[in-house]
Design a protein around this ligand. Structure first.
Ligand code: UD1
Ligand code: CA
Length: 527
């Protein structure tokens, strides 16, 4: 049966979480891509309650900001001083007007990220079926340390909840604990809250005392034992935070496998709660899928990928890659050792190869950047190829500029594209070119220094070296150095377009200037 929707859900999140030893409020610590409170809100959403209130206190600016962004319909209820869980519920009820005495109110702790929506729905069903004034979700744990114990009478009925710190030895030996999740009838809850005292080990108004008060009044109190005690796990310190993270990951990875994803190594595969996977996807070891990452059918990701908010198209393959806010087209291949930064969009059957970094870069279908390149602030058309060690030089030290490359373009290896610049459809650039001006469609752009040959340089400057011996064996001439002809030194060589000189005159230019020969490390100084 489906119960009527609860009138209200109240989530308690005002506590300091002292044991976390953190300036971040406890409920804002994250596992599996959501805050602890985010997980609880998500589970609570299953109940589709008319109102959801979150009690905030410690670090409330941060918690309220998170709620405004992620759950704008939620009403924050401010608890200035944390006088206990009962006090917190009293404050939350005061912000919810129009509650009728028979309305159902569900209370949840903000630090229980493993609770599932199904468990909450089953609790509410049980509560209605039992016509109870209060129904407690309990769990049986091997180690109940720190939890409130559920005390039952001889007939098995719930009598009270006793906090660990207030428990005598016999009570402390009870292994059935209070998960901190309850369904209440609003009228009896409000009446009992008004009667709470702070006479206990912590000097707080315990919500748990409501149970004993209702039993004393003869009101029906029910309990439901959670099927999987893992769901009861609260987070009070960072050891429990990690344990809850591990448990969530196990749950998510198992669900993914059951839904048709091959996970080669579940222990080294992390999938955040908001990741979506189509069937027949494969995830290889050491892979981390974060945020709203999506893998389409047939995609193969890993080993060793970290993808955040990234969409991987059908049949695409991604290996040893870090990507953030990127889109990878169907049938494309990425990696190994690629870094796709926000705004990267690779087309169908495209390729971003090894040691390629991209940012705000859109590539049309079948376009490839096979090796060693940086592509930033660019649009590239279809079927184009970007040669090895090409750099899209997008930053002039002040502002970023765009590069536009057409379709069927061939960018030669080691091209520097100085943005803003446009290369037209079907154009080529020569290897090693620095492209500062637009290239018209179909043109070849080259901008390179002439190659100079300095005959006999090794014999003169590296005599008796392995290189000199190899050169001599290959019949290299040994040309004595000509005395310096006080000629001005052409620093790099003639401009490709203006070069009219050749041979000996080029040689003369280099005399005495060999220390500065570009590209010859250590030339002129023996090391
Ligand atoms: C509480 C229960 C305990 C149960 C356990 C389950 C009480 C008295 N005890 O203990 O029976 O086994 O949860 O995890 O309820 N909070 C407020 N305002 C306050 C105090 C707490 O909003 O004044 C919030 C906390 O931020 C937290 C939740 O209530 O999210 C539970 O408080 P916590 O201090 O963690 O209670 P426990 O000692 O874990
Ligand atoms: Ca707790």
């Amino acid at each position: 049966m489906t119960s009527p929707r609860p009138a209200a859900v109240i989530i308690l999140a005002a506590g300091e979480g002292r044991r976390m030893r953190s300036t971040t409020p406890k409920v804002l610590h994250r596992i599996a891509g959501r805050t602890l409170l985010g997980h609880v809100l998500h589970a609570a959403a299953t109940l589709a309650a008319s109102h959801t209130a979150v009690v905030v206190g410690h670090g409330r600016e941060q918690v309220v900001a998170m709620l405004a962004e992620q759950a704008p319909a939620v009403v924050p209820a401010v608890q200035d001083r944390q006088h206990g869980t009962g006090h917190a519920v009293r404050i939350a009820l005061a912000t919810l007007d129009g509650l009728a005495p028979d309305d159902t109110v569900v209370v949840l702790p903000g630090d229980a990220p493993l609770l599932t929506g199904e468990t909450l729905a089953a609790l509410v069903d049980h509560h209605h079926a039992q016509r109870a004034a209060a129904t407690v979700l309990t769990a049986v744990l091997a180690d109940a340390t720190g939890y409130g114990r559920v005390v039952r009478d001889a007939a098995g009925g719930v009598r009270a909840i006793i906090e660990h710190r207030d428990a005598d030895a016999a009570t402390a030996a009870i292994r059935e604990i209070n998960t901190g999740v309850y369904a209440f009838r609003a009228g009896p809850l409000q009446a009992a809250l008004a009667r709470l005292t702070r006479e206990n080990a912590q000097g707080e108004e315990y919500l748990t005392d409501v149970v004993g008060l209702l039993v004393g009044d003869g009101s029906p109190v029910a309990a439901r034992i959670v099927a999987d005690p893992v769901e009861a796990g609260g987070v009070n310190d960072r050891v429990q935070l990690a344990a809850a993270g591990r448990a969530l990951r196990d749950r998510i990875v198992s669900a993914a496998m059951r839904a048709g994803t091959t996970v080669v190594d579940p222990h080294t595969t992390w999938i955040d709660a908001d990741v979506t996977l189509e069937p027949d996807t494969t995830i290889a070891p050491n892979t981390f899928l974060h945020g709203r990452t999506h893998l389409a059918r047939g995609a193969v990701v890993g080993p060793e990928c970290t993808l955040t908010d990234t969409i991987v198209g059908a049949e695409a393959s991604v290996v040893r890659t870090t990507a953030e806010q990127a889109e990878i087209g169907a049938g494309a291949t990425v990696g190994p050792y690629s870094h796709l930064r926000p705004g990267t969009r690779l087309g169908r059957e495209g390729k971003l190869g090894s040691f390629v970094e991209t940012k705000s870069a859109e590539f049309g279908d079948h376009t490839k950047v096979p090796h060693l390149a940086y592509v930033g602030d660019a649009v590239v058309g279809e079927r184009s190829n970007i040669g090895c060690t090409t750099v899209f030089v997008n930053y002039d030290g002040v502002a970023k500029h765009r590069t536009v490359i057409g379709s069927d373009v061939r960018i030669g290896s080691d091209t520097m594209l100085i943005a803003p610049v446009t290369v037209g459809d079907g154009a080529y650039t020569g290897a090693g070119s620095v492209i500062r001006e637009d290239v018209p469609p179909g043109a070849l752009a080259v901008r390179e220094g002439r190659q100079r040959i300095i005959e006999g340089w090794v014999a003169r400057r590296r005599p008796d070296s392995p290189a000199a011996r190899a050169a001599a064996a290959a019949g290299a001439p040994s040309i004595p150095e000509v005395p310096d002809a006080a000629a001005p030194i052409d620093p790099v060589g003639a401009d490709a377009h203006g070069a009219g000189t050749h041979g000996r005159s080029d040689l003369a230019h280099t005399r005495g200037g060999e220390a500065g020969i570009a590209g010859v490390p250590g030339a002129g100084s023996r090391t």
